[in-house]
Design a protein around this ligand. Structure first.
Ligand code: THU
Length: 130
């Protein structure tokens, strides 16, 4: 993974709104249009209404014109190799392929890279609805 994606995730993490968990997270997507789209977690006092960094990044991608996730980096200030939550796994899968790379990062760079299939095995396959 190149440095720019890690830097984008780190910069995004700095913009988190996490006054309740104090657990800043950042995510950065390299999309099919060549652009990087990033996001941070945004919490709400009614706790279930907050959302994850990956979700913010995906919404930026879609609204910016990107349609596919080529690779995604995730970083958390207080955890090396923070893995996306269950809901975000399904959201990432919506815009990814089975071999799309998920980079789990710390402050220095990538700790571990896994594929979409590693992250969400036995995923619900939208093909059945077509
Ligand atoms: N969080 C993320 O943003 N992404 C993850 O992959 C895991 C968890 C956020 C949600 C919440 O704001 C905080 O981390 C603690 O759960």
């Amino acid at each position: 993974m190149s440095r720019d994606l890690h830097e984008a995730a780190q910069t995004a993490m700095g913009k988190c709104h996490a006054p309740y968990s104090h657990f800043p997270v950042g995510a950065a997507i390299r999309a099919d249009d060549g652009q990087i789209y990033s996001g941070a977690n945004i919490e709400v006092i009614a706790y279930p209404e907050g959302w994850c960094a990956e979700t913010t990044a995906i919404s930026h991608m879609v609204m910016g014109g990107g349609r596919k996730i080529r690779e995604i980096a995730v970083i958390a200030e207080k955890l090396d190799a923070c893995t996306p939550c269950g809901g975000c796994r399904q959201r990432i899968a919506e815009f990814a392929d089975p071999d799309t790379l998920i980079h789990l990062c710390d402050h220095d760079g990538v700790v571990k890279t896994i594929t979409m299939t590693d992250l969400l095995p036995y995923a619900f396959d939208a093909e059945v609805l077509k």
